[in-house]
Design a protein around this ligand. Structure first.
Ligand SMILES: [Zn+2]
Length: 468
């Protein structure tokens, strides 16, 4: 009997974590950081929902922090087994987890200094982990090429297929010997979209009997990408006309490169007006370097561009910001400019300070290009709240807010339904389980799948176990 325990990103979108119990041992799929209300996040991330002694192997779908960011906590708690990932995911984790540790240290120092000065009512903060824990994780991580089958435990193998979501992202196929009965559990991690810039399209792995599928955008359809380009031009022109700033919170991985790639294309086409663009994340350059090391993950168009030009993410006017001092100087300077800064959900990192600097300025604009989880600052901005708390201080929000959904790296409802249909065409699919989405999105997706006569569609709650 195979049993899957849904420990995180079940009826929610962050902290992806599922434990697969097989007859010979347990495999943990993903080990992500939870993001939401600050207090709850700290508690949940510190007190991992999985006991490291119950984990025999870890398989990681991709490098985004909400899928990989709690691995150092697992290590700190004593996990010393292997962590399997694609080669590109392993390389990305090395820079991203290091960055996560550094951000936690800076945030803790900054908040604790404010507490000491009596200028915030927040609770004292302690970093979840440090560089040594990250080094420990990296020593356990084994990179495997796509489509090469690798033994994980006795009676369990893994094969990674292209997920088309971010560099290195994988659809994880676990082939499990269930006392003589071979079953394939297919976990999508985050599923990408077709015909997106840079990456190859998602594959359809054959022979799945159980599909654990994400549903972040299970209830909606994305607008066409061409409209996003027009919107970006409009954003730049607006900033110039008002001599103001634009802040774009972005994941340092993929979304940032995709935005740069799009701005570069607009520049080459003569459509981007002259405006300084800052990529303000120390990760920016490092991640871009990892991109350059893995051209095998690119689609043909990007490979051609890369062959003709060493830097498909560069254009005149773009500055990579490295130091904290440089970052603070941007806030002291006037507009117009565009600032791309991490983190994606506005809960930590440099973007928080840039948001604080413009929040009361009616001429400045925040442009949202990614999904914002419930109870994060990013979500409150999407909801256009009049008052928002930033680092323990309440502000009146006067700045403009614009939401561009077409940049999403996630499949939309049509993509998800057609992916599930194609998996069914290529195997004996008996169970579909929906994860990584908030309840309304997953309910809408489940309904669509029911209408198409999928045999068993489940939406487990956190902590629930299902048997297959
Ligand atoms: Zn992701």
């Amino acid at each position: 009997m195979i049993e899957v325990e849904f420990l995180g990103a079940a009826q929610g979108v962050t902290g992806s974590m599922h434990l697969v119990h097989t007859p010979r041992g347990n495999v943990l799929l993903d080990c992500g950081l939870f993001q939401g209300r600050r207090k709850e996040s700290v508690e949940r991330n510190k007190n991992l929902r999985v006991n490291p002694n119950d984990v025999d192997a870890v398989v990681l779908s991709h490098a985004h922090i909400d899928h990989s960011g709690a691995l150092p906590v697992l290590y700190k708690r004593g996990y010393r087994g292997v962590i399997f990932a694609t080669d590109a995911t392993r390389d990305l984790c090395s820079v991203m987890l290091e960055d996560a540790a550094a951000i936690q240290m800076h945030d803790a120092e900054w908040i604790n200094a404010k507490i000491a000065r009596g200028t915030t009512n927040m609770d004292p903060v302690e970093p979840l982990y440090d560089q040594r824990d990250v080094e420990g994780v990296m020593s356990l991580m084994r990179g495997i090429p796509y489509r090469r089958t690798q033994q994980v435990l006795e009676g369990v193998t893994v094969t990674f297929y292209d997920a088309g979501h971010v560099l290195g992202s994988a659809l994880v196929a676990l082939d499990i010997d269930d006392d003589g009965d071979l079953k394939r559990v297919l976990f999508t991690g985050d599923l990408g979209r077709h015909a997106m810039p840079i990456l190859k399209d998602p594959e359809v792995p054959p022979n799945a009997s159980v599909l654990i599928m994400e549903g972040t955008y299970g209830d909606r359809l994305h607008p066409p990408r061409t409209r996003m380009e027009d919107d970006l031009v409009e954003v730049a022109e607006g900033a110039i006309a008002r001599r103001s700033k634009v802040v774009i919170p972005t994941f340092a991985l993929e979304r940032a490169q995709e935005l740069l790639y799009t701005l570069r294309r607009l520049h080459d086409a003569g459509r981007l007006p002259e405006i300084p663009v800052y990529l303000d994340t120390p990760l920016g350059l490092k991640v871009t370097d990892v991109f350059r090391r893995h051209p095998d993950c690119y689609d043909d168009e990007t490979r051609k561009l890369l062959a003709a030009d060493a830097s498909p993410f560069d254009f005149p006017g773009l500055r990579y910001v490295q130091s904290v001092r440089e970052s603070m100087e941007i806030d002291a300077r006037g507009g117009p400019c565009i600032i791309l800064a991490a983190s994606g959900m506005c809960e930590f990192g440099r973007v928080v300070h840039h948001l604080k600097a413009i929040i009361e300025d009616p001429d400045s604009e925040v442009v949202i290009v990614g999904f914002m989880a419930q109870h994060t600052l990013g979500r409150r901005l999407v909801e256009r709240r009049a008052r928002v708390r930033i680092l323990g201080v309440e502000w009146h929000r006067a700045c403009r807010i614009r939401v561009l959904e077409g940049f999403s790296a996630h499949a939309d409802q049509n993509d998800l339904v057609s992916f599930a249909e194609r998996v069914r065409e290529h195997g004996p699919l008996r169970h579909v389980v929906l994860v990584h989405g908030e309840s309304p999105q997953l309910a809408a997706l489940a309904k669509k799948l029911d209408e198409r006569d999928f045999p068993s569609v489940n939406v487990p709650a956190e902590g629930e176990r299902l048997r297959f």
